[in-house]
Structure formats: structure tokens, C-alpha cells
Design a protein around this ligand. Sequence first.
Ligand code: SAH
Length: 253
Amino acid sequence: MSFRIDIFTIFPDLVEAMASASVIGRARADGRLDVRVHDLRMAAAGRHRSVDDAPFGGGAGMVMMPQPLFDAVEAVEPPRPLCYLSPAGRRFDQAMADELASGEGFSMLCGRYEGVDERVCQHLVDAEVSVGDVVLSGGEVAAGVVLEAVARCVPGVLSNEASTAEESFAEGLLEYPHYTRPAAFRGWPVPEVLLSGDHNRVARWRRAQSLARTFERRPDLIEARGGLSDEERELLIEHGLDADTPQVQRSGG
Ligand code: SAH
């Protein structure tokens, strides 16, 4: 069965481009993802197919009219929840991506101009989702963020199932640092343990790095999981990392 994602936009080419490359493009070709991009202008009336009008009450900018948005969505009856991308929405994170991926599909509505008529928020969409405390000019790139994050959580989309389980946020921690060839680059060596061939030592080093890096960069994540356990503190100390104010190990100058 294919996981379906419908996206409503006035820039279908922009969304189609994001949904055609790499992981998502392959999953669509294999039939594991069914991504459908809908042009909101197709549902707009008049020769110019306008989707926006001036705001009641005055002020700068234009507002997306309810009629074309309701018509477009009702003609398609897309999978729910239908999420409106909006800076006023609930902040998108890995937990929300997992949650969306656990169903059979979902949909997204991309705003432009000053956003959509409030009746769209109240009576057409199921949720409002923000990709961060920034204002974008349109919802398309935000929809791309949600699409990429959710798609890789859908079973079968990533060839290597194990890779999502180990990644940043999987366990409430940031991921450990990665290295590849050469073993020394411009005089900066790869940590010796990674060349040791000792899988147990490598696993312990990675876990220590992951803990230390999260403690240093995102203390809020450590706090959210109830601080460090005694065993985790020991692991950090064992790796020469301060368990009170740990520093991420750097590979030289
Ligand atoms: N006037 C609005 C901003 C409109 S930006 C306000 O001040 O809140 C135009 C469109 O870009 C929005 O309708 C929304 O779809 C999208 N957008 C902007 N910032 C976003 C964000 N942080 N997350 C998700 N979508 C966003």
C-alpha cells in the first residue's frame, strides 16, 4: 500500500521539483509514496484565475480567498489531516513527523501573500503547522520540509531501516559525528577509536559523543529526558568528557 500525500499550492512546479528528486522521487517511482500536487488556480474563477483579494479592514498585502481553496480541496477530498503551513501553527518536530507517518497519509495547504482567510483555518483544515519562528514568503518550502521529514519515516521509503533509528532526535539525542576517508585530512586526524575495528569501543565512543554533543548544544533535550543517568556520566568521564560541562571531542586544531 502506498502512503498518500496531497499538496495544494499556487506554485505546483516548485513543489513538484522537491517531490521528484532523490529519496522521495525514488519512493514515488516504486509506488511506496503517492504524492499528488494540486494547482489552487485550477479552482479559481475568472480569466485571471485570481486566488487573492484585499483584506477587509484595510492594511497591506493580499489574502487568499476561501472559495478557490474550499473548491480545490473539496474536489479532491485529500487524505486527512489537512495541515495549513503557517507561522502561527504548532511547531513541526520529529515527533510530529513520526505521528503523521504512522497513518495512511495526510495533506498540506501552502499559503502565499499575507496568508489565507481565517475561515479556511476554522472550517477547512485540521491543523496549522509551522516549520520554525521565521516568516517565509510562502508555504511551499515549509511543505517541502514536512514532506522530506515524514517521507523518510514511512516504512519502506528509506532502504536502510536502521538509519532512522540511530539518527538525531531518535532517542532524544543529537547524532554522533561522522568521518570518512582520508584518515588524516590537512593534518586533522579521524579519532583513533574509529580505526580500531573494535565495534564495542566504537559504539561506546559514539554514545558518549552523542550525549556530550547534546549536553553542549541542546541542554533542553537532556533536561527533557530527565538529565544524565549515573551510567551516562561514567561513560562521559571514561571518554575524557566532563559530565558537568562536557566538551565535544574535536579532531585537532
Ligand atoms: N502574514 C503572515 C505571514 C504570511 S507568510 C503572518 O504574519 O503570520 C505567507 C505564507 O507563507 C503563509 O500563508 C504560510 O503558508 C507560509 N509560511 C510563512 N512562514 C511559515 C512558517 N514559519 N512555517 C510554515 N509556513 C510558513
